[in-house]
Design a binder for this molecule. Structure first.
Ligand code: ZN
Length: 406
């Protein structure tokens, strides 16, 4: 399947020299200068490109001036050409405003000056229920797209992408039709992050007869990458998704993906922080249990033939109980993770290097590495690789399956 995958940039970086045994960062490290993106950790990037939103840069303090000083998003993200960087406005950040905070002239300059490969026209999301307001936002997005092409004038080095907004399949079709008439070769569908898969499919079916044979189509903000093959069959040629990356630390239990199977990461929070958050917790006792949990997990991870699963689970759960309520489901999920040892089955360089640490839910360096691993797994799946893992032991119920349908 040849669909291109873009990862949205939110400063996802890790300390390459982080010491997992002592939980110490590299001495004298500067987080921007010294930390690594996923594409610096893996020998080839686990995505085809990066999506960088203007609003994200503007809201990140010194980031904008740092970027302007460097003069290139490729340099800033350490993602050299021919890797692709796609820019957009980040319309979610201003959807409540009357009009977008950026002008077309602004954005054309921004993309051109900073060396973007693709730039998306200035759009406005349509979450209104009032028909006149919907129309106003749709027309504003379309007139911006027309002006964007005029300002680009075939002279800028980036490829222009015309974005369609709508509120139902028919309105998206109208927008797409007009963008095609403007002679855009690359289109994007925005505003669908909160839509269901069925709604997205309905829109793609509605618009497909308007597309030319060589039209490229980007789908913004895919929350369920398991449906990507369906979208690709409906003419989508690129998408962006942070879903698998963020599930590593934002999902309640599906944190580590191995092929189609999701595992829970095992929570071992920082005891000092925990004691500060909950006055009833005795810090010395918390630190004792925290150390025991980490040591037990590290020893278990290091020994492929370890037979003390129940012992490790008891130690881990003793600390988990101190930190918060432990449910039957947590016990089941943690036992599953320990019994099946998914970190031993992944070929990615993070799992090879840090072993069981990638399954421990604790701080940026473990959690984000797990997110990078998820991204790497998804990218492999998009390229047709399947990942096998032996079935659960003792007939235990398998964790939730996430078929990618590939
Ligand atoms: Zn991995």
């Amino acid at each position: 399947m040849s669909i291109r995958y873009f990862i949205p940039d939110w400063d996802d970086r890790v300390d390459p020299g982080y010491d997992f045994r002592t939980d110490q960062h590299t001495p004298d490290r500067d987080p921007y200068r010294d930390d690594h993106y996923a594409h610096q950790i893996y020998s080839t990037p686990p995505y085809d490109g990066i999506l960088l939103s203007r609003a994200v840069i503007d809201n990140a303090g010194k980031k904008f001036s740092a970027l302007v000083d460097l003069g290139s998003v490729h340099t800033y993200l350490r993602f050299p050409k021919p890797h692709k960087i796609l820019g957009d406005c980040g319309a979610f950040s201003y959807w409540e405003a009357d009009i977008p905070p950026y002008t077309t002239r602004d954005m054309v300059d921004f993309y051109d000056r900073l060396d973007f490969d693709y730039g998306v026209s200035v759009d406005h999301l349509i979450f209104a229920h009032d028909d006149a307001e919907r129309r106003r936002r749709q027309e504003l997005t379309l007139s911006n797209a027309a002006e964007f092409l005029k300002e680009h004038n075939g002279e800028c080095q980036f490829e222009p992408i015309g974005v369609a907004q709508g509120w139902n399949p028919e309105s998206y079709r109208e927008s797409i039709k007009k963008l095609i008439q403007m002679e855009y070769g690359y289109l994007a569908l925005g505003g669908l992050v909160r839509s269901t898969t069925a709604q997205i499919i309905a829109i793609l079916q509605e618009i497909k007869s308007e597309l030319r044979s060589n039209t490229q189509l980007h789908l913004f903000g895919v929350n369920r990458p398991e449906h990507i093959e369906t979208f690709a069959n409906l003419r989508v040629t690129s998408f962006d998704s942070a879903s698998r990356l963020r599930r590593a630390w934002m999902d309640g239990r599906r944190n580590y993906f191995l092929g189609n199977t999701a595992f829970s990461a095992i929570r071992v929070p920082d005891a000092h922080r925990l004691a500060r958050q909950q006055e009833t917790i005795d810090e010395a006792e918390a630190q004792r249990l925290e150390r025991m949990a980490l040591s037990a997990l590290q020893a278990y991870g290091a020994d492929k033939d370890a037979t003390n699963l129940e012992e490790v689970l008891t130690v881990v759960l003793a600390y988990a109980e101190l930190a918060g309520e432990v449910t039957e489901r947590t016990r089941h999920d943690y036992r599953e993770t320990l019994a099946r040892r998914p970190w031993n089955y992944c070929d990615c360089s993070i799992c090879k290097a840090v072993n069981v640490e990638v399954l421990i839910f604790r701080g940026n360096n473990r959690n984000r590495r797990r997110g990078f691993h998820n991204t790497w797994q998804l990218y492999r799946q998009l390229h047709g690789h399947t990942q096998e893992i032996p079935p659960p032991l003792n007939g235990a119920a398998a964790p939730e399956q996430h078929a990618l349908g590939l």
